[in-house]
Design a binder for this molecule. Structure first.
Ligand code: SAM
Length: 337
């Protein structure tokens, strides 16, 4: 699975169980949805899920996981290319090569994010998806499933310690494996959810849900910079790269960087709690993060009766060893107000 800062993959089933104990069915908004991990688990367990993220690349994963299915019709692509199955689509992508692509030049020749052989294949698949998109052969869910699958397959051979902010000096074991496009395993659920792109407050203010789940950024790392390459690729547009920067980040700062900085503050959490309708508010946070737990506690108490839990989970690490960190989960019940 794509490695993502703050991913809740190791606690998603515990969060889903917690939410099921509050309300066995109903609607949940995951305002800082990331790769849609919590949303996908809740959808699988019968909830009506709305997710949101300010970046296009996590949003693309969210469309695939929250709105989509593992098997999609690809009707126009099938008609235009006489394709019979999704296996045939992945075969076409695995046989596509683009040796002269910007992806190869910028991220394999100038910077060692991939071996040249892998970059030629990754670029081949990306340009093929872009062509299908430009020819109008893909709908929203099909395009999202293709891009999420490509990025997930690419991350498995990226020569990085986890993010795209830097590459390793020599090729890592995983980076020398041959790139292979594989379909992202979407688990689906009873209901089709909604994946929203934009600032959480702008997208969700004035809407009502049974549960509002908040998993905000908890350190100063700017997701837009750390994941600049998947972000650019998910837009299906070639970025203007800053040649002076070793990371290959685009020249212009991502417009969402300001929303991401806002999302790190307790004032933003308070605005979300006040402007989105909910019966239960869950805030998933970490000890030692940007907002001290006591500050969060005082802020949340104003909105209802507060309960707190700690969950042990495998932490994100850039080394080989795994690290156990303690997640702090605040649960606010509005009914006790
Ligand atoms: C801790 S991560 C969420 C991880 C997610 N729960 C998962 O398991 O993949 C925080 C996410 O919030 C997004 N984000 C930050 N500020 C935001 C804002 N103001 N509005 C919407 N999304 C925001 C970031 O892009 C990032 O994907």
């Amino acid at each position: 699975m794509f490695r993502y800062f703050g991913s809740k993959a190791s606690t998603s089933s515990q969060i889903s169980q917690l939410i099921s104990s509050l309300t066995p069915t109903g609607s949940v908004a995951d305002a800082f949805g990331g790769l849609g991990t919590i949303g996908a688990e809740l959808r699988l367990n019968g909830f009506r899920v709305t997710t949101c993220d300010v970046l296009t690349f996590p949003h693309t994963f969210q469309i695939a996981r929250i709105e989509g299915k593992s098997t999609l019709p690809f009707s126009k692509l099938r008609e235009s290319m006489d394709i019979q199955s999704m296996e045939q689509i992945s075969s076409i992508l695995n046989m596509s090569y683009a040796p002269n692509s910007w992806l190869v030049n910028e991220y394999a020749v100038e910077r060692l994010f991939f071996t040249r052989e892998n970059a030629v294949r990754i670029a081949g698949a990306w340009h093929q998806i872009k062509r299908w998109h430009e020819e109008g052969l893909l709908n929203r869910r099909e395009r999202a499933l293709l891009i999420a699958s490509l990025l997930n397959s690419m991350d498995a051979v990226a020569n990085t310690a986890g993010t795209y902010y830097a590459y390793l000096k020599s090729f890592h074991r995983k980076a020398v494996k041959t790139f292979n496009f594989e379909w992202f395993p979407v688990r689906g659920g009873q209901y089709v959810g909604h994946a929203l792109l934009g600032d959480a407050l702008s997208c969700l203010a004035g809407k009502n849900f049974d549960v509002l789940y908040l998993d905000p950024p908890y350190n100063n790392r700017n997701y837009a910079s750390y994941y600049h390459l998947p972000e650019s690729m998910s837009t299906l547009k070639q970025p203007k790269t800053n040649y002076e920067r070793a990371s290959g980040v685009p020249i212009h700062p991502h417009p969402a960087s300001i929303n991401i900085r806002d999302g790190m503050t307790v004032e933003y959490i308070e605005k979300l709690a006040a402007q989105v309708g909910w019966k239960w508010l869950i805030v998933h946070y970490c000890d030692g993060a940007l907002i001290p737990l006591e500050t969060m506690r005082c802020a949340l108490k104003k909105f209802g009766s507060l309960n707190e839990f700690t969950l042990p989970a495998l932490g994100y690490t850039t080394t080989k060893s795994t690290r156990t960190i303690h997640h702090h989960v605040f649960v606010v019940s509005a009914s006790a107000n």
